[in-house]
Write a protein that binds this ligand. Structure first.
Ligand code: ACO
Length: 329
């Protein structure tokens, strides 16, 4: 059975930067509080006319350019997002059309901030089963569009962006294991309650601000700290590896305190963990995808390196994978 690996990577961040100082003018917060409690210094925010698919396409083109593939060679496009362009059709179909990927199947996947790693696992299964060979997995978000800019508990955390990976078969290395999970009993810790079948959009839902992200920060924080460690250990066990075998940890970028705690609990050095949170904030599904593309472009990933990617998010969900990077497939 062939394994799947990543042969192309890309990212796109919209140009408009919002700093903590900018946020000080909008809500009752300070640069000092945000930096100390989250590690975030700035984030990118799209303009009104830019959609999630716009960001996704830019990241996807970069990822395809790194491979020997054209869009028409793609068999499948998976877009992981909590901010689709519309409830339906799937944002993946909009991406498929605009890329000209005329033979690709396409669907969206929603698993909160774990979505990109969930997407990698789905893409890898299609390759390992032999059904498909060339798969594009994208994590893309315009969280600024579902952010309540009067809620200091959430608006300081999130940013917009997209990351993409092309998956192809390999005889060497590739994805060595996955660990996915969920705990829906924590659904009420992080949610957007209106616009679905529970609370269809009405004047009331708009007036009551029910189309924005709501979050209980503390339970999510505790869940994250626990799951970053246990999912990492479980995925390593499935790959028959030890933490000493890992060259680089690429964690979901939500809070530097969560990342630090994972690093300490896993006994990794600082330089073994990729962190871009201060610059981009929490970009949900796009977070691990953007960090992976940046780490690769900065020369932090070499042939044969073993990467541990781990994420948690709304659901609540978690997802981890070990990937043995290979340059020449
Ligand atoms: N500026 C200033 N003060 C603030 C702010 C702010 N932006 N936000 C909250 N505070 C205040 C609170 O009101 C509280 O004041 P009080 O003590 O007078 O009541 C105080 O700061 C402490 O608030 P806590 O919520 O206890 O702060 P905490 O240290 O837990 O940090 C945070 C909050 C950063 C949200 C943290 O809980 C966290 O990172 N949680 C995880 C969130 C997360 O990762 N979410 C994304 C999940 S992924 C996905 O699917 C999108």
């Amino acid at each position: 059975m062939k394994k799947a690996t990543i042969t192309g990577w890309g990212k796109y961040l919209p140009p408009n930067v919002m700093t903590n100082k900018d946020l000080e003018k909008i809500v009752d917060t300070t640069d000092q509080w945000i930096t100390k409690r989250t590690g975030i210094k700035k984030r990118r925010i799209v303009d009104d006319d830019t959609t999630t698919s716009d960001l996704a396409i830019k990241a996807a083109k970069q990822a395809l350019d790194k491979t020997n593939l054209k869009a028409e060679n793609l068999d499948l496009i998976i877009v992981s997002t909590v901010t689709p362009d519309m409830v339906f059709p799937a944002t993946a179909c909009i991406v498929q059309d605009k890329l000209g990927a005329n033979k690709a199947a396409a669907f969206d996947l929603e698993a909160g901030c774990s979505g990109f790693v969930y997407g990698l696992s789905v893409g890898a299964q299609f390759i390992e089963s032999g059904l498909y060979e060339n798969i594009l997995v994208i994590g893309a978000e315009t969280l600024s569009k579902i952010t309540d800019w009067e809620d200091r508990n959430t608006c300081v955390l999130f940013g917009d962006g997209a990351g993409a990976a092309v998956l192809q078969p390999t005889d060497k290395g590739g994805f060595l294991s996955f660990d996915l999970g969920s705990d829906g009993s924590g659904a009420d810790a992080l949610y957007l309650e209106a616009g679905g079948s529970l609370n269809p959009a009405t004047l009331e839902t708009v007036k009551n601000k029910m189309h924005y992200i709501r979050m209980e920060g503390n339970p999510v924080f505790k869940f994250a700290v626990k799951k970053m460690k246990t999912a990492s250990k479980d995925v390593l066990k499935k790959a028959d590896l030890k933490i000493d075998d890992i060259d680089l940890l690429i964690p979901h970028q939500a809070n530097t305190r969560i990342i630090k705690s994972a690093r300490r609990r896993l006994k990794l050095d600082k330089n073994q963990v990729y962190v871009n949170l201060p610059e981009v904030g929490n970009t949900s599904s796009a977070s691990v995808a953007i960090a992976l593309a940046e780490a690769k472009d900065k020369g932090k990933i070499k042939d044969g390196d073993k990467l541990l990617m781990v994420a948690f998010g709304a659901g609540l969900t978690w997802a981890a994978t070990v990937l043995e990077w290979n340059e020449n497939i």
